[in-house]
Ligand binder design. Structure first.
Ligand SMILES: Nc1ncnc2c1ncn2[C@@H]1O[C@H](COP(=O)(O)OP(=O)(O)OP(=O)(O)O)[C@@H](O)[C@H]1O
Length: 255
């Protein structure tokens, strides 16, 4: 459903400058959960911005359901790491979740229903009248996820969405995400620095090297539903951790 072909991104006016993304190709299937691992600065965020249509590639193309992506597609939503910058502090939680729906042209009644359903899905039913700053960091990130879900995307792009929350909140958000991914039947592309998180969530893990190119790809054979304790105790989990650690460790540090 998502086809990335020979994607290349060079920042600035000089096309011969070192690329942030170079000749990157991969595909993501309908309802697949793909995690992307890669060292800092290897071009993961640049890649996501090109995939989302927020930035344009220097060469190559991205196709979503066989249509070339040239601007943010309506069926795509994003969740970024820094919820404090993605939520609007002067809007109550309910408005924060619903305002993209108004832009999409969804009627008031349908937008209200979608907002309440999404808040409920992330365990924030009844919190709609609070402001983001009245919530904990993990709850704010759940508001950002609710906003993406209310939008009813076919594809969800996530850029280190749980990096700024504590470990316990993080595992809760991982399980929440797996639950809504299955319930809403969406396709997820999830960037993380955390090997265990990638294995726990994904159907497939891609390891990038700088400039963003696929260094390693592995399918995760672990059964679903996954469980934070038993899944991580399986021998296959440990084997995958070693395999991915080696794939990441073998990379030269970015210049
Ligand atoms: N707007 C920009 N203008 C110029 N160069 C940029 C810009 N954004 C990113 N870069 C450069 O592109 C390269 C890739 O950056 P990018 O943020 O995509 O990496 P990343 O893998 O997401 O990093 P991290 O894991 O640290 O968030 C880096 O060398 C970075 O300095």
């Amino acid at each position: 459903m998502l086809d990335v072909s020979q994607l290349r991104k060079v920042y600035g006016p000089d096309p011969n400058a070192p690329p942030a993304v170079a000749d990157l190709s991969f595909t993501v299937a309908e309802q697949e959960f793909v995690c992307i691992l890669g060292s800092s600065g290897c071009g993961k965020s640049t890649m996501l911005r090109c995939l989302s249509g927020l930035d344009s590639p220097t060469a190559g193309e991205v196709r979503l359901r066989d249509r070339r992506v040239t601007k943010p597609p309506e069926e795509m939503a994003f969740v970024f790491q820094d919820y404090s910058r993605s939520l609007l502090p002067w809007m109550k939680v309910r408005r924060n979740v619903s305002f993209p729906l108004r832009y999409k042209g969804v009627g008031n009644r349908a937008a209200d229903d979608a907002t309440e359903e999404a808040l409920d899905a992330v365990g924030l039913a009844g919190k709609g009248d609070l402001y983001p700053w009245q919530l904990s960091g993990g709850m704010q990130q759940r508001v950002a996820i609710a906003r993406a879900l209310a939008y009813k995307p076919r594809v969800l792009l996530m850029d280190e969405p749980f990096a700024s929350v504590d470990a316990q909140t993080r595992t809760g958000l991982e399980d929440l995400l797996l639950d809504v991914w299955q319930r809403y039947e969406i396709t997820v592309l999830f960037v993380t620095h955390d090997i265990d998180e990638a294995i726990y969530l994904a159907d497939r893990v891609l390891v990038l090297r700088a400039p963003a190119q696929i260094r390693h790809s592995t399918t995760v054979p672990l059964a679903r539903p996954r469980d934070q304790l038993t899944t991580k105790q399986q021998p296959e989990f440990g084997q995958l951790r070693a395999e991915l650690f080696n794939a990441l460790d073998a990379q030269p540090a970015p210049a």
